[in-house]
Design a protein. Structure first.
Length: 126
């Protein structure tokens, strides 16, 4: 993902979701501690640009690796760009914050979300 002040939060979220179809990102006004969730009222709207919401104005490619733990991914996003982000995983027809499974890798989260989505579809097509 390429991070620059002109990109919108929606563009970053889309790039992440393309790589991990059963995960999504949400951006927040304040950071959260590892293992904690982020309050919905602090969620930022998708139309905002990165330049409008971040505190550190570095630009460049952010390498998202499937073997990264969720908490490391979220922490690196904050430390490198000053962006508070939370990873969510698909669970049936819901999106869950991954706060209790922050030690899982992005790949593990995505697999779990895919299995959950498949199970949900099978339950509702019988």
């Amino acid at each position: 993902m390429y991070i620059s002040d002109k990109k919108t939060l929606r563009e970053i979220k889309r790039a992440f979701h393309e790589k991990f179809p059963f995960l999504k990102l949400e951006f927040y006004a304040k950071p959260h501690k590892p293992g904690e969730g982020s309050p919905r009222q602090e969620q930022l709207p998708d139309h905002l640009t990165i330049g409008e919401v971040r505190t550190i104005h570095n630009e460049g490619a952010f390498r998202v690796k499937p073997e990264m733990r969720v908490r490391d991914f979220e922490q690196q996003f904050y430390e490198k760009y000053g962006l508070s982000v939370q990873v969510f995983r698909k669970s049936g027809n819901l999106w869950l914050q991954t706060s209790k499974t922050d030690t899982w890798t992005l790949a593990e989260q995505n697999r779990k979300g895919g299995a959950s989505a498949q199970h949900f579809e099978e339950m509702h097509t019988e």
